[in-house]
Design a binder for this molecule. Structure first.
Ligand SMILES: NC(=O)c1ccc[n+]([C@@H]2O[C@H](COP(=O)([O-])OP(=O)(O)OC[C@H]3O[C@@H](n4cnc5c(N)ncnc54)[C@H](OP(=O)(O)O)[C@@H]3O)[C@@H](O)[C@H]2O)c1
Length: 253
């Protein structure tokens, strides 16, 4: 049941990568603000578990963002259950880090496939469902505009995401659709467990990032979710083509 005070009452949302970390927190926040949510994960089982945790009638779909067939299935499911969409959060992403000589062609293709191709084709698949007033939010990263050793592949894939927000914003504006990206700073989630870094190295990395962050700490998933809700809401009705850093100041100093 929705109430008029909810900021997203009556809106229909798809979020990719809604099963973990920032996506799960954002899916919860979207639902708590009254949106109907369809979330994806890499498998149906992971998506189902997240939907059960979120409640609010959240709908789950396993869909690999690298697969055109899976994204077509996502679009038809969204059309079937919602008729159209008001919010798309293209959030699914991944990252591994290391000097250039450690990056294989296979890892390059995997990471670019999820972070860049995945975002591009998620938006392409769902665009026909978007109407006037809709909001598209792409998850970039604060490192998209930084030069950090060992982060070339991930940072470039996220620079592509930030670029897509600009181009899509210009292209979709005549249809009344806003497109923005969001750039989280360091937030401890399952993301870091998949980076392939030993625990002590990760702790050192985390400490170094905190020192480089004006607010001297990592973020919380809920702090990213708050920014997603803002961009998704009508409170951001005159905001398009921007990148919103939610990074404790890391990217701006
Ligand atoms: N955490 C940070 O410090 C940080 C900072 C800046 C930006 N980001 C960005 O924020 C986004 C979310 O990161 P997170 O920290 O929440 O990471 P996470 O906890 O690892 O969650 C990643 C999400 O993406 C999904 N996913 C991964 N590969 C996929 C694929 N091929 N197809 C469909 N879904 C896929 C995962 O599904 P499963 O659960 O099924 O694996 C999961 O829901 C990413 O784009 C990441 O690059 C994170």
């Amino acid at each position: 049941m929705t109430t008029p005070s909810q900021r997203l009452a009556g809106k229909r949302a798809v979020i990719t990568g809604g099963s973990s970390g920032l996506g799960l927190a954002s899916a919860k926040a979207l639902a708590a603000e009254g949106a109907r949510v369809l979330l994806t994960a890499t498998t149906q089982a992971r998506a189902d578990a997240a939907a059960a945790e979120i409640g609010h009638g959240a709908i789950a779909l396993g869909a690999d963002v690298r697969s055109a067939a899976d994204l077509a299935a996502l679009a038809s499911r969204a059309k079937e259950v919602f008729g159209g969409l008001d919010i798309v959060v293209a959030n699914a992403g991944t990252g591994t880090f290391g000097p250039i000589d450690t990056v294989t062609e296979e890892e390059f293709d995997r990471q670019v496939g999820i972070n860049f191709k995945g975002v591009f084709f998620t938006v392409k698949a769902l665009k026909p469902l978007l109407g006037r007033g809709a909001s598209v939010i792409l998850t970039a990263s604060t490192v998209h505009a930084k030069g950090l050793p060992g982060a070339a592949l991930y940072s470039a894939s996220k620079a592509a995401v930030r670029s897509l927000a600009r181009s899509f914003a210009a292209e979709f504006a005549p249809d009344g659709i806003r497109v923005n990206s969001i750039s989280p700073g360091y937030v401890r989630t399952a993301f870091q467990d998949k980076m392939g870094m030993p625990a002590d190295a990760l702790a050192g990395f985390e400490g170094a990032v905190e020192q480089m962050t004006p607010l001297r700490r990592g973020g919380r998933p809920e702090e990213i979710a708050d920014a997603v809700v803002f961009l998704a809401s009508d409170a951001a009705s005159y905001v398009t083509a921007v990148d919103l850093p939610v990074d404790g100041g890391f990217g701006s100093v």
